[in-house]
Ligand binder design. Structure first.
Ligand code: GAL
Length: 365
């Protein structure tokens, strides 16, 4: 393991052209290196999605296994709650902050306080924007997530045997989440040429990010929009595919489609994509409803984050593999990117069981 990390650090050096050791150094918290003396503050956005519960659990248990104390907080998707939680972590002298934001631009004030106190901040999964107080970022390759979603949408449409042009509708995630733009841009790199050459028709005409975005990743908002699209553009034709960026939204969209007669009486459900391999969506994929998801192994994300914390506090070279992609408006944030995996009915069981993400029992409906 030590060897792999060393190799990764050398690879990071090669990518960046220089060694990155943390420059957080002056605060007494950052200088402490005995894990038992350090509490890591972990700020998570919400428990409404299964994915963040898993993230919190993995981070907490892995940090505790490494000897740290953990202050794990969920903010119920409420921005003022998250700000208060961060301020409390700073007051309590938590030694490092790991932050998965609700709104990536709303935490500037609290993060500036953390920086002033010498507390290193790691952006977790979602980039923290418009601040110089974020030191590092751990996430999955978000552009690739979008590309995988679009490629799977095209594969599903091809496999459906439906004649071209295919009628497709587009959904994006929360506009205040930096990831949502990356997912959408990645997907459009693949889909735009197909729209341009007429293979795909967006019957609603709604293709612009702001129009198709879904505030707070809210399934009820996506369901409502899908219902409106069906009424507005599909009274005399069928929708064949839906780009959905996250499993919660996919399930809302599928509920709207079923409510409108899809999935019964010979009217096929369209190809609907997703992300996160949430258990309910995995079951839906196995049952032939949702077409696909993108699996992001959050055990690995937690592991990368713990490694980063150990390196920062140990004043070692911090392992990153991308120093260009994530400009937060103030700086390019050095990032450790992990690899997302496209899953559909053909591989989902094997991928998730091999990763020990679920047990075989959990996957039984
Ligand atoms: C994104 C995250 C996705 C999904 C979504 C909704 O920021 O990268 O994996 O979980 O939020 O929670």
């Amino acid at each position: 393991m030590r060897k792999i990390l060393a190799v990764a650090a050398v690879a990071a050096l090669a990518l960046t052209g220089c060694g990155r050791s943390t420059d957080t150094g002056t605060g007494s918290t950052a200088a402490a290196s005995n894990p038992a003396d350090i509490t890591v503050g972990v700020a998570m956005p919400t428990k409404t999605s299964e994915r963040w519960i898993k993230d919190g659990d993995y981070i907490k248990s892995q940090l505790e296994a490494a000897g740290y104390k953990v202050n794990l907080q969920y903010a119920n998707d409420d921005i003022p709650t998250q700000v208060t939680q961060l301020q409390d972590m700073i007051t309590k002298k938590n030694g490092v902050l790991v932050v998965a934001s609700i709104d990536g631009t709303a935490l500037k004030g609290a993060l500036a306080d953390a920086k002033a106190d010498g507390i290193p901040v790691i952006a977790y999964d979602r980039l923290l924007r418009d601040t110089d107080a974020v030191e590092y970022y751990t996430t999955f390759d978000n552009l690739k997530v979008g590309k995988l979603q679009a490629e799977s949408l095209l594969a599903g449409l091809e496999a459906s045997g439906k004649p071209k042009p295919w009628n497709v509708e587009l959904f994006a995630g929360s506009p205040d989440d930096n990831n949502a733009t990356f997912f959408f841009n990645g997907a459009m790199e693949v889909l735009q040429p197909k729209i341009d050459d007429g293979t795909i028709k967006i019957q609603s005409g709604e293709t612009d990010f702001k129009t198709v975005a879904t505030l707070r990743w809210d399934a009820a908002v996506a369901k409502k929009r899908m219902e409106n699209l069906l009424t507005k553009s599909y009274s005399d034709k069928d929708v064949n595919g839906v780009l959905a960026p996250y499993d919660g939204l996919s399930r809302g969209i599928i509920a709207a489609l079923k409510g409108s007669g899809y999935g019964a009486g010979g009217k096929d459900l369209p190809v609907v994509t997703g992300q996160d391999a949430e258990l309910e969506s995995v079951k839906s994929i196995l049952a032939g409803e949702q077409y696909s998801s993108v699996f992001k192994n959050t055990q690995d994300l937690a592991k990368a984050t713990v490694t980063m914390i150990q390196e920062i506090l140990g004043k070692k070279t911090v392992t990153v593999n991308d120093t260009e992609s994530y400009d937060n408006g103030v700086k390019k944030v050095p990032t450790q990117l992990l690899d997302p995996v496209s899953v559909d009915k053909s591989n989902i069981e094997k991928v998730l069981l091999d990763a020990k993400y679920y047990t075989a029992d959990q996957l039984k409906s």
